[in-house]
Design a protein around this ligand. Structure first.
Ligand code: ATP
Ligand code: MG
Length: 873
């Protein structure tokens, strides 16, 4: 058996299956395309699901891939076991209703024994215990001795989705025997045992059934889906202990150790950290390359977590500087031949990583200090569980991830109330959801396919139409009465329905004497257009003729903002670079919002340049042209399309001279000059690597300008200044105010000091202690504390009790000097008793204590109690 490198094994696999008439396809991206059911690809067959299910026709009946996979479930295992990585590569061959068991087993066996040259006496196989067919193929056709074929139950060797329906079938696995030195004590140790001796490395799934109502029905065209972990095979071939010792991992591992100035294999704890970093940087580099950016939701959070864990383990190893971006270079160099996208996006990937690591460094420093305080408090209170609210606060306010909190607490044998944390998290999500408008018609259960609406609104803003359906409270109705709300469906409409970021049109639908005010327009996939409306007068009837008129003023503003969005997109690319890609957009009559991928805040100069570029285009005028093209034609013209968006075969292309060309279904000005003018009103970050610009156009710019001028005018009047002296005047006033505040504070303290002298005069001497009592109204506590400090400077033993009444409530400050405490005075104990009388509580040290209570009327009683208590010391 040759010690093949990981890259060599991958090539051998793909060549072998290519030679055996498989279409070899490059790995699909880690981010699932058009599949919302999972965050990240976790097996070779996942991106091919629609081919297996028969929804789409595969490009070939047999395929083979080496698929990038991420398994978030395995993150906790990483560094702890010898065989788990968070990112790994899965080799797989697939048959869509083509070959089945016999050939699948033959191919696998030939690849393992002839290509990889693994000695047959080191190999074992398992089959599903009822699958005699597979057993016979292994034994009779491939001559695997019976003692090395193990039958396993459903748990190990039957593949099905948990839901109780869908395709499923038995599996057969190939195992490698690493030898007796890896065995456990169990005399019955064989494949299926959890110890390290027999390693499963290839799983062949024979999808031959369809599960329905608890029954397994045979599929007419059964499929083959296999998965082999590339790192695990390399581990066996190279005869090393763990996947972290194989060639490619070792290259990364060595670099990590070098950064840390440590040697691998010396200290167990360090080795775990080195392995985690080695794994995580691979996952991070591949994730960022595939377009994931760090944030607090979904796959962005998986990335953030992996990156931050790597950074933290770097700290544990004593690495002082940021190092992950540099480490990404190592990963890119090792894998760039198999995954060219790595070197294509090298600069971008490194920037995203560097930025997040920097951000984390700040977060972690701040978070660690706070968590440390929490831990100290837990230790004093002898608690072992951190409250979920505090953990959430750390996460939400300071960006300190929960898993880090958990990790640090676990190291100290402490834990977190994760249930409460989870509740807080859910509550926050609900808040966020409520805050964002939810539009559209979400519980549409009616079949509306017959009401297909023709859209005529690119050229017209009104049309003679027919009412084809009316919907009220989720039901189709024949007519709608005066003043009621409903959704109107027409045969054709000039109303634009919300899509592509542009909001739906508003306007009027008039039928006979009936007026319906349309306040929003939405559509479904049919497309049926839903005009959300309220009747102002009369009745609406299905079948009636009507006139539909879009509110022109509003629509014109929307068009200005949409065309301006295209100009902005282009100007951003010109100013900041070609990496700018649209990440989200809102086109509204009042404003436009544009989200895009960029790593840092825009400078004032960049913003000005972008704004100028857009305005220059507007001022010089340019006709906006739309064309209908095939998607291929549009792409070859260089039209910008959205990353990850699904387009039909025929698309609409919106062009502005040779300046901008985008795929877009929205409504636009006929000439950019109609936009009038353009003004950026804000620029900020929405998540790591994503910036947001909000801007206004046309009349809104004028309104903004007038409002600003009005404000300046009012300020001039109030300040009795001219526009060019306003600033100067305000600075003067602020300086003056500062001076006065300082003066006032001084005066307050003097007044308090005077009061202090008075209080000392009136002090009672009990048991050798001067007892000073002062009553105040709405005084600030800082001043009282200062006064207390001053009072206890007096000679002899002094105890001061200062009570501050405020709206029926009362606060106490109690202070004593050293000779008083030596005499037995204990402020903490005294205040507890006193506050109790006023319906409150508190405590503190012998020389200083504070308390709050709700019943200020009881103060005389409380003072009496104080005298009594001092009497008893
Ligand atoms: P295990 O029980 O070891 O976690 P699994 O049963 O989850 O493995 P499968 O879902 O059958 O594995 O995946 C197919 C192959 O992918 C496995 O045989 C293995 O070689 C590889 N594999 C699975 N998980 C990982 C991982 N976390 N790291 C590296 N390789 C993996
Ligand atoms: Mg697993």
């Amino acid at each position: 058996m040759k010690a093949l490198g990981l890259n060599q094994i991958r090539t051998k696999f793909l060549h072998f299956f290519g030679d055996n008439e498989h279409l070899v396809h490059p790995s699909y991206p880690l981010v699932p395309q058009n599949d919302k059911s999972l965050l990240l690809i976790n097996a070779g067959m996942v991106p091919l699901k629609e081919y297996f299910a028969g929804v789409l026709t595969p490009p070939a009946p047999r395929m083979a891939t080496c698929q990038k996979c991420i398994r978030t479930n395995d993150i906790e295992n990483v560094g702890m076991t010898s065989r788990h990585a968070s990112f790994f590569e899965m080799l797989g061959n697939f048959s869509f209703g083509d070959y089945f068991k016999t050939r699948a087993i033959d191919l696998a066996w030939r690849f393992v024994t002839e290509e990889l040259e693994i000695p047959k006496d080191k190999l074992w196989v398992t089959v599903y215990h009822e699958d005699d067919e597979a057993y016979d193929i292994w034994h009779k056709e491939q001559h695997v001795p019976e003692e090395r074929i193990v039958r396993l139950g459903k748990e190990d060797n039957f593949w099905e989705i948990g839901s109780g329906s869908g395709p499923c079938g038995p599996c057969s696995e190939i195992y490698f025997d690493r030898g007796a030195e890896y065995a456990c004590d169990n005399p019955d140790c064989k494949p299926g045992c959890d110890c390290d001796r027999y390693v499963e490395f290839w799983n062949l799934v024979f999808t031959q059934f369809e599960q329905k109502d608890g029954q397994y029905l045979p599929l007419a065209k059964p499929n083959i889906d296999t998965g082999m972990g590339l790192e695990r095979v390399a581990c066996l071939m190279q005869d090393v202990e763990s996947i972290f010792d194989i060639d490619v991992m070792m290259a990364i591992r060595t670099q990590v150790a070098k950064f840390a100035g440590k040697e691998y294999g010396v200290i167990v704890k360090d080795d775990v950290s080195i392995r985690k970093i080695t794994d995580h940087i691979r996952a991070v580099t591949f994730l960022v390359t595939d377009g994931v950016t760090p944030n607090n939701e979904g796959r962005g959070y998986v990335l953030r977590r992996l990156l931050r864990r790597a950074a933290r383990h770097g700290r544990l190893l004593g690495i002082k500087d940021n190092f992950l971006a540099e480490l990404a270079d190592v990963v890119i160099d090792i894998f760039k031949e198999a995954y060219p996208e790595l070197s294509e996006r090298r600069d971008y990937t490194k920037k995203v990583i560097a930025l997040e690591e920097e951000r984390f460094a700040k977060t972690i420093d701040q978070g660690l200090v706070i968590l440390d305080e929490y831990i100290k408090e837990m230790e004093t209170k002898k608690e072992d569980t951190l409250s979920g609210k505090l953990a959430f606060k750390l996460y939400d306010t300071y960006g300190f991830p929960l898993d880090l909190t958990l990790e640090i607490l676990t190291e100290k044998d402490l834990k977190v109330d994760e249930k409460v944390f989870e509740e807080e998290m859910i509550a926050q999500r609900t808040r966020a959801r409520n805050a964002s408008e939810i539009k559209g018609w979400e519980d549409n259960t009616l079949d509306l396919t017959e009401y297909k609406t023709e859209f005529v609104g690119y050229d017209a803003t009104y049309a003679d139409v027919k009412i084809v359906a009316l919907i009220q409270n989720g039901k189709l109705v024949d007519e709608v009465d005066n003043k009621e709300e409903c959704m109107i469906l027409l045969d054709k409409t000039p109303f634009y329905a919300e899509s592509g970021g542009q909001v739906g049109d508003s306007g009027l639908i008039q039928s006979g004497g009936t007026k319906a005010i349309v306040y929003d327009t939405q559509k479904d996939l049919t497309p049926s257009f839903f005009h959300h409306a309220k009747l102002e007068s009369g009745k609406l009837k299905v079948g009636a003729q009507a006139c539909a008129a879009v509110d022109m003023a509003t629509r014109r503003n929307t068009m200005r903002n949409h065309t301006a969005t295209h100009l902005l997109h282009k100007a951003l690319r010109d100013e900041l670079g070609d990496h700018i890609a649209q990440a989200g957009s809102l086109v509204h009559p009042d404003k436009l919002r544009f989200d895009f991928n960029h790593f840092k805040a825009l400078t004032a100069e960049e913003i000005k340049n972008i704004e100028n570029a857009v305005n220059q285009k507007i001022f010089s005028g340019q006709v906006v042209e739309t064309q209908i093209k095939s998607i291929d034609e549009a792409k070859s013209m260089g039209a910008m399309a959205l990353f990850g968006e699904k387009y039909g075969d025929v698309v609409r292309v919106v062009g502005i001279g040779d300046y901008s060309l985008e795929l877009c279904g929205g409504t636009h000005c006929h000439d950019v000059a109609e936009i009038g003018s353009f003004k950026i009103v804000s620029e900020n970050g929405v998540s790591a690597g994503v910036r947001r610009i909000e801007a206004i156009t046309g009349p809104a710019v004028l309104a903004e300008l007038n409002a600003a001028l009005d404000l300046i005018g009012e300020t001039e009047t109030v300040l009795k200044a001219k526009r060019d002296t306003i600033n100067h005047k305000i600075k003067q006033l602020l300086a003056k105010q500062q001076e006065m505040s300082a003066e006032l504070a001084k005066l307050k303290q003097l007044a308090a000091n005077d009061a202090g002298a008075d209080l000392l005069d009136k002090a009672k001497e009990i048991n050798g202690v001067k007892v000073v009592v002062g009553e105040f109204e709405a005084q600030d506590s800082e001043t009282l504390r200062n006064l207390g400090d001053q009072l206890i400077q007096a000679e002899g033993a002094v105890l001061a009790l200062l009570a501050n009444k405020n709206e029926g409530r009362i606060n106490f400050v109690c202070m004593a000097n050293e000779s008083a405490t030596k005499n037995g005075v204990h402020c903490g104990k005294l205040i507890k008793e006193i506050a109790k009388i006023c319906g409150g509580g508190g405590g503190g040290r012998p020389n200083m204590a504070e308390a709050g209570a709700k019943n200020a009327d009881k103060l005389p009683e409380a003072i009496e109690k104080l005298y009594q208590l001092i009497n008893k010391i």
